[in-house]
Design a protein around this ligand. Structure first.
Ligand code: NAD
Ligand code: UDP
Length: 338
C-alpha cells in the first residue's frame, strides 16, 4: 500500500516524501510540475536510495488521477498540490479557486470512487484570520481571511469537514502550517521560488548570495518586541515528520483531526535576520519599508495538541533553520537544475 502525495515534488512535499520513505512508507507522487523542477524527483531518489513512482498529473484531471488509482494500491493521500502566493491570488482569484478548490473537489471525488477515504490536507495558519490572538489554538473559530489564497484554504477545510459529517468512514487530518523554512541537511533539497521571493527566508538567502541588493522589512511599528512582525518559523524537516505522524493517524482511525504544525515560538523579522547572519557569516543589508497590506503583527501557534495526540513536536531551532537554508542556497545558487 502506498501514500499518494499530490504536489510531492514541491518544497514541503519533497521533504515529506523523503521522511515517509525513511519511515518505510511507500510513496506515489502526482505533480503537474507547475511550481517545481523534475530534478527534485532525482534529488529525492538520491537521498532515499531507491526508486518510487512519479506521475506528471494535474489534480484537476480526473481521468489521469483515476489512472493512478487503477495502477497503484493507494491507501491514503497527502494533499499538498496547490497555488500558494498570496499576492498573486489577489490578481488571479479564478485561477486560485480553480486550482486549489476545484482541484481538491476532483481529487476527493476520485478518492471516493476508489474507496480511498483517508486524507491529510495542507492547510495554513492563515485560516485563523486577522482577529484571533496568538498563541493560536485549533479550537478557535476560523475564517475572516483577507485574500483569495487564504480563502481557498478556509473553503477546503469547510468542504472536508462537511465531507466527514456526511460519511464518518472518512479519516481527515487538517494540518495548519505556520512558517516553514530551512532545507534538507544534505543541501540537495530546499525552497526554490520562481522570480522575486514573496517570503522572508528565500528573500534573505537571495540577498546573502548576491541576487538581491537588500531586504525590505515590512514595517517596524508593530506592537512587538522590536516593532517588526513576529512569526512561528518551523523547520521543513520537522514539518515533514509531522506528516509521517499524521498519515499514521489517518491510517489507524476514522475521524476529523485538526493540528497546528508550529514550534509555539515567535521570532521577529530582525531576529531572523540576526540568526541568519550568524549562521551564514554574511551581512544582510536591510531597509525599513511600509507595512505590507494584509500582514498582522504576531502569529504563532499553540503546538500542544499535536504533541498530545500525535506525539510530534518540532525539534529544530531557528539557528539550524538558518544554517540549513543557507547550505541549500549556497550550494544551489540557481535552485534545482532544469
Ligand atoms: P510548492 O509550490 O513548492 O509545492 C506545491 C506543488 O504542487 C508544486 O510542486 C506544484 O507543481 C504542484 N501543483 C500545484 N498545482 C497543482 C495541480 N493542479 N496538480 C498537480 N500538482 C500541482 O509549495 P509548498 O510550499 O511545498 O506548499 C505545499 C502546500 O502547503 C500548498 O498547498 C501550500 O498552500 C501549503 N502551505 C504552504 C506554506 C508555505 O509557507 N510554504 C504555508 C502554509 C501552507
Ligand atoms: N517580510 C519582510 N520582508 C520580506 C518578506 C517578508 O519584512 O521581504 C516579513 C513579513 O511582513 C512577515 C514576516 O516577514 O512579518 C514573514 O513573512 P512571510 O511572507 O515569509 O510569511 P507570512 O507569515 O506572511 O505568510
Amino acid at each position: 500500500m502506498s501514500v499518494l502525495v499530490t504536489g510531492g515534488l514541491g518544497y514541503i512535499g519533497s521533504h515529506t516524501c523523503v521522511e515517509l520513505m525513511n519511515a518505510g512508507i511507500d510513496v506515489v507522487v502526482a505533480d503537474n510540475l507547475y511550481n517545481c523542477k523534475k530534478s527534485s524527483y532525482d534529488r529525492i531518489k538520491a537521498l532515499v536510495g531507491r526508486d518510487f513512482k512519479f506521475y506528471e498529473c494535474d489534480i484537476r484531471d480526473a481521468e489521469g488521477l483515476s489512472g493512478i488509482f487503477e495502477n497503484e494500491s493507494i491507501e491514503s493521500v497527502i494533499h499538498f498540490a496547490g497555488l500558494k502566493a498570496v499576492g498573486e491570488s489577489v490578481e488571479k482569484p479564478l485561477e486560485y479557486f480553480d486550482n486549489n478548490v476545484t482541484g481538491t473537489l476532483i481529487l476527493l471525488d476520485v478518492m471516493r470512487k476508489y474507496g480511498c477515504k483517508k486524507i491529510v490536507f495542507s492547510s495554513s495558519a492563515t485560516v485563523y484570520g486577522m482577529n484571533n490572538v496568538s498563541p493560536l489554538v485549533e479550537s478557535m473559530e476560523v475564517g475572516g481571511v483577507t485574500n483569495p489564497y487564504g480563502r481557498t484554504k478556509f473553503m477546503i477545510e469547510c468542504i472536508l469537514k462537511d465531507l466527514y459529517t456526511s460519511d464518518n468512514e472518512w479519516s481527515i487530518c487538517l494540518l495548519r502550517y505556520f512558517n516553514p523554512i530551512g532545507a534538507h541537511k544534505s543541501g540537495t533539497m530546499g525552497e526554490d521560488p520562481n522570480g522575486i521571493p514573496n517570503n522572508l527566508m528565500p528573500y534573505i538567502t537571495q540577498v546573502a548570495i548576491g541576487k538581491r541588493d537588500h531586504l525590505t522589512v515590512y514595517g517596524d511599528d508593530y506592537d512587538t518586541h522590536d516593532g517588526t512582525g513576529v512569526r512561528d518559523y518551523i523547520h521543513v524537516v520537522d514539518l515533514a515528520l509531522g506528516h509521517v505522524k499524521a498519515v499514521n493517524k489517518v491510517a489507524g482511525e476514522s475521524g476529523l483531526f485538526i493540528y497546528n504544525l508550529g514550534t509555539g515560538i515567535g521570532y521577529s523579522v530582525l531576529d531572523v535576520v540576526k540568526a541568519f547572519e550568524k549562521a551564514s557569516g554574511k551581512k544582510i543589508p536591510y531597509e525599513i519599508g511600509p507595512r505590507r497590506s494584509g500582514d498582522i503583527a504576531t502569529c504563532y501557534s499553540d503546538a500542544s495538541k499535536a504533541l498530545n495526540e500525535l506525539g510530534w513536536r518540532a525539534e529544530r531551532g531557528l539557528d539550524e533553520m538558518c544554517e540549513d537554508s543557507w547550505r541549500w542556497q549556497s550550494q544551489n545558487p540557481n535552485g534545482y537544475p532544469d
